[in-house]
Design a protein around this ligand. Sequence first.
Ligand code: ADP
Ligand code: MG
Length: 898
Amino acid sequence: MSMSCKVACIVFACCVLVPTKLLAVQAAHRTEHSLWSQTRALTESELAALVSREATSKEAQTARIRALLTQSDRAINRSVVDATRYLEEAEALITTQEDASVVALAIRCQLAHRQSLPGAAQTCQQLTQNDRSQDAFVQAFAMTTRMYYLYREGSHQESINAAEHALSLAMVVDDPALIASAHNMMGLYFSTRLRPRMSVPHYEIALEQASRVPYAELKTITQLNLASSYNYLGRSREALTMLYESRGSQVVQIYPTRRLVVQSMIGQVRAALGETDGAEENLQRVIDEVGETVLPDGMTYGYTGLGVIQLAENRPLEALDNFDMVLALSGKSLETDLDYSRIQLMAVPYARALRMADRLAEARDLVLRIIASVPGDQPDQQLLDAYLELAVTLEALGDSEGAKAANEEATRVESTLWDASFKYQVERLSVSLESDRRALELARAQEREVALLSLAQRESRLRRQTWIIGAMIIAVIALFFSRRAQKRIADAQRSASLALEDQVRERTREMEDEMALRMTAEVDRIKLTERVMEGEKLRAMGQLTAGVAHDFNNLMTVVTLGANQLKDDLLPVENPDRAETIDNIRQAAETGAKITRGLLAYVREQPLNPEYLNLDEFLRESTALFRNTIGERIVLDVEAAPCSVLVDKAQLTTALLNVLLNAREAMPEGGRITLTLSAFGDQARIQIRDNGVGMAPHVLEQATEPFFTTKQHEEGSGLGLSMVFGFARQSNGDLHIESALGGGTTVTFFLPMAEARTASASDVSTASSNVPRAVRILAVDDRPSVLRVLKRSLSRMVDTVICATNATEALAMIEQQGLPDCVVTDIVMPGEIDGVGLVRTLRQRSPSLPAVLMSGYARDIDDECVYLQKPFSYDQLERAIEEALSREVESVPAHANG
Ligand code: ADP
Ligand code: MG
């Protein structure tokens, strides 16, 4: 594995895997109970839809199980059969020891108990052992079940503790059904102990919560509980409202016992209100209807109700008959079973019936027994009723003292009950405040958790993005760089991701911008490196070119002069074919020389002959030449402001022609070229603008590279712009090209301005005159081949040519034969003295000695000598010598004066 791969793996692990794991843990910890809450908030039809949907994933499967269990839980109060069916469906889907299995077990426990199945206790015991769930909802559900179980088992005190616990858990998950169940249980606890005043607040809260659940059963059951407490407390109107509201509901209608209980209670409440019209008939009808479907124990409610109604209608004997039915059906007696719930409900009315039937002594005895059955330290509503009844009975018996005492006792009991209730309310208030506080804390904790989670999610998303961008950079760079570069980039990347991690908490945007910047910087760096390498390559090429050019130019001199001589030796009429071959040789040599010159120009090694030039004048003079070059189809506009520069005029002409030719080629259909000369700071600026095809960016980028061309093989050499560029730079100026595809091209020269001077004599071109044959010429070159062709060419011009292969030899010859009239010498020669040194030495003796310096290589040009660039033709050689001789003529008077 390469280094970058390792780095990538580590970055991947840190940025992606770790936070993902964290998220998973957090999510698991957080979401389970909210999923239950969501499910339990669904309506019946939504649950049914959820259950019937195809479950393709694990999540969908558990959602289905949750829905089935919720359905089962709801069905318990309505239909044990339905509840069992839903439960079994859910159990078939539960595979592992998951939370759902605890909920399922809890429902099974409730069902078993409700139906008094054998093994119910065992099931519930199992639930207690299995309850190891971490989930708050599951805990609340299990605890609620345990609460019911304990209550039905008769462990009332334990059940109330369980209810308290269940309530706090239910409030944590804010499940209204579970909260209502817990409060119902607490209300029931007090109802059983005949303390309706304490039950009422619990039932009222239960009712409020039950109204929040999306099904009716729980609400109805709570209303019934509340109605019975209201009734007991004499709040008959409220009780009646509740009873009427719940009477029609399904959960009342389908259970005969419940129907009976409701109707009985309606009767009793109406009796208390003194509105007994039809109450007895209605109750009797329900008793007849439910008939045998109700167990005898349930039937007792019916007869109690009938008795109470009859009492209200002042029919004590019939009432006593019905109360006796209750005793008969339940198999209890008023002597021994006064604490049995059914008997409790009926005991005081029974005594009242006895009194009204004038069986006063029996009535008094019963009431006293009732009073005695209530533990002294636990006064309840029944005790109050009993004392009130006792007072009336004793009054009837003529014992007004006793009646007064009983009344006082009743008042005492009532105030005790009020006190106890008041204390309990205060206690409950502080309990509910405490649980509110806990709920608030929990809500805050959840909020924090949610915030943390979203933060973690964002962080991990950003890390992932960072990593992806980072990986892209690593990949791109790995393609282009060596292993060492790869390592460096990976390191940089790693530190970049570390830096980015800090920024992650601030803003995503900032980080992405940063990454983009880094990418651009990296790309820039690559480009820069490429340029530096390119520059180095070109410098090396320059050195090579300059060296090659030197030798090559010497060879070309031999070829060119040789061809000249051959042609002259040959009369064209004699052999035209050969003459043509010789011309071809000469032309080829010239082309070779041009290429060398181009390359030398590019590497800025071209021999330049700078002179002061009025650029504006020069351009105006050259306009005709330019127009000839570009042809008639192209219009040339020239605008020139006065500017003067120090420049090689011939090279400048060549450069401008090159640019104009390019412009012409860019406008094959014709067009317009604007040539503008203007001053630009201390620079003269020549702009050549065409409206031709323009260049694509990649062409523009390479246009000045030697041999870069987009033209056909014969048409372009790719040396034009490279030469122009090299020349501009070598002249201490610069060259800029602007171009866009289809938008034309503008080439701009910058040349440093110089003080104008009048043209020197040397600028005046000499008229073509032949070199006098009497002139004695000294020719010096270290290459024998060059020297030989040079001697032969010179011999055509003059009679005497003295040859030497180096400076020392030349000086020795001059010692013997005297000074020549003109020296033609190579510049670069082996030995202590080179060509320039030789001319200087000779000029110590004759200061105006005409001299021609030849070179295949660029050098600083001695202003006093004529320079001849190798290779040259016979004509060029002749003109150079003529010029050298003419300078001597000019300088003679000066010499004579001095
Ligand atoms: P050559 O003309 O031999 O191709 P140059 O160095 O003169 O070589 O030019 C290089 C390339 O630059 C050309 O091949 C052409 O693609 C492009 N070029 C130069 N001048 C222009 C211009 N005025 N308009 C469009 N393209 C041009
Ligand atoms: Mg060109």
